[in-house]
Write a protein that binds this ligand. Structure first.
Ligand SMILES: Cc1cc2nc3c(=O)[nH]c(=O)nc-3n(C[C@H](O)[C@H](O)[C@H](O)COP(=O)(O)OP(=O)(O)OC[C@H]3O[C@@H](n4cnc5c(N)ncnc54)[C@H](O)[C@@H]3O)c2cc1C
Length: 385
């Protein structure tokens, strides 16, 4: 058996957006980092995602984390020395009835108190922002809108982080599978891989929908469940809208890409948990029908591709971050429940500060695994897809 490298300060399991962003932030702080990825970078949820970046959440930590991430996204192409395709066309969130409106008003008040620029729109204002929408077809009475929300390219962003980390000395071991977490007397000591052992006093579990298995290797139980999600992309058409349109009630989200394709998803009619990646015709029908109801003009364009990926879902739809009790050096970075692309830049900074300088933060504390012990948790309600 050939050892990949003998030792690192930090071994990161998983080469998605979170593993790569963290490798960058850690190596920037002088740590020697090894990322171990069993396939290629972005082969997990990252390379299959919508890559929307939204700050309009119902839980305060998510708003704060997303706002801080947007600040980073705005500078990221410059910081990493490569265009990550970040565009701020806003997120337009449908408001369907009076009950929705009350929740939207509550969310907007909290979001504004944190400094977010966000408004409640009339039906007329909705169609000013996205002219192809049929507000009646959407069964909406208005929307909320935040102009600084947006999206980035998930491949360009992840590879830009990885390349910048590599320039700072980080090592990437692709096509290398972690088969065990090595421990000794209550501390992690490294990882076992199918190419040999790597010793490290800190191991980060950033394995997305497979994090439960990585945690189990260390004897740690996490409550995450993988959910299959489906997504489509259409042929190109003239650019007619910049915003991401979403509805918490219908679960739909869609936006127009730089090159003109419309990309979007909706929860499949059948909920599927576990590791199943087969695309379904029932999803395609449901997505097409709902999209045509929201924007009738889109019923004339062809879907060219459909694919699937996993959400790594926790009981409160919020991530699990930071250390675990009883196993020194084992850091969690998973459970993103469908919004791990947008939160990655700030999460990486917080975890790097914790790992290198021992600096904790109230957000990390509130997102620790221990919160599930007493089930005193704040549910995130603003989820789609
Ligand atoms: C259809 C869809 C749409 C989405 N839309 C959005 C969106 O608009 N905005 C947003 O913010 N988020 C979105 N998400 C969620 C987002 O994709 C994820 O939260 C995010 O990509 C998670 O990144 P990650 O790095 O934590 O995990 P992943 O990208 O899943 O990476 C984990 C990696 O770990 C590797 N791995 C697993 N086991 C092992 C092992 N034993 N050894 C070595 N490597 C291992 C895997 O191969 C994988 O590459 C969407 C997800 C899906 C499926």
């Amino acid at each position: 058996m050939i050892a990949v490298i003998e030792r690192a300060d930090v071994a990161i399991v998983g080469g998605g957006i979170n593993g790569c962003a963290l490798a960058y932030e850690l190596s920037r702080r002088g740590a020697e980092v090894a990322v171990v990825e069993r396939r290629s970078l972005t082969s997990g949820a990252t390379g299959r995602c919508g890559a929307g970046v939204r700050q309009q959440w119902s839980a305060r930590e998510n708003v704060t984390l997303a706002m801080q991430s947007v600040e980073i996204f705005e500078q990221l192409s410059q910081d990493l020395g490569a265009d990550i395709g970040f565009r701020q066309g806003g997120y337009l969130i449908a408001v369907h009835d009076e009950e929705d409106l009350r929740q939207a008003e509550k969310n907007v008040a909290m979001q504004r108190s944190l400094g977010l620029e966000v408004d409640i729109l009339s039906p007329h204002e909705v169609t000013e922002i996205v002219p192809i929408l049929d507000v009646e077809g959407m069964r909406a009475i208005g929307a909320t809108f935040c102009p600084t929300d947006g999206h980035a390219d998930p491949f360009k962003t992840t590879y830009a982080y990885a390349e910048a980390a590599r320039r700072q000395g980080a090592h990437f071991y692709r096509f290398t599978t972690v088969t065990d977490i090595l421990t000794d007397q209550g501390s992690v000591t490294g990882v076992r891989t199918d190419r040999g052992d790597l010793s490290a006093p800190v191991v980060v579990n950033a394995a997305g929908a497979w994090s439960k298995q990585i945690a189990a290797m260390a004897g740690v139980e996490v409550p995450n469940v993988p959910y299959k999600k489906e997504i489509i992309v259409t042929e190109r058409m003239a650019r007619v809208f910049d915003a991401m349109v979403i509805s918490f009630r219908d679960g739909i989200y869609f936006s127009q890409q730089d090159e003109g394709q419309v990309l979007g998803g909706i929860p499949p009619p059948e909920t599927v948990t576990g590791y199943h990646l087969e695309p379904t015709f029932s999803f395609l029908q449901h997505m097409a029908a709902t999209l045509a109801r929201y924007a009738p003009v889109l019923s004339h364009i062809n879907v060219i591709r459909q694919w699937t990926g996993f959400y790594d879902v926790t009981p409160d739809a919020r991530p699990i971050l930071g250390p675990v009790e009883g196993l020194e050096g084992f850091i969690q970075c998973h459970g993103f429940s469908g919004h791990g692309f947008m939160l990655a830049p700030m999460v990486a900074r917080l975890l790097a500060d914790l790992i290198v300088d021992g600096a904790g933060s109230p957000i990390l504390e509130s997102l620790n695994l221990a919160r599930f012990e007493d089930m005193d948790i704040e549910q995130e309600h603003s989820v789609v897809g």
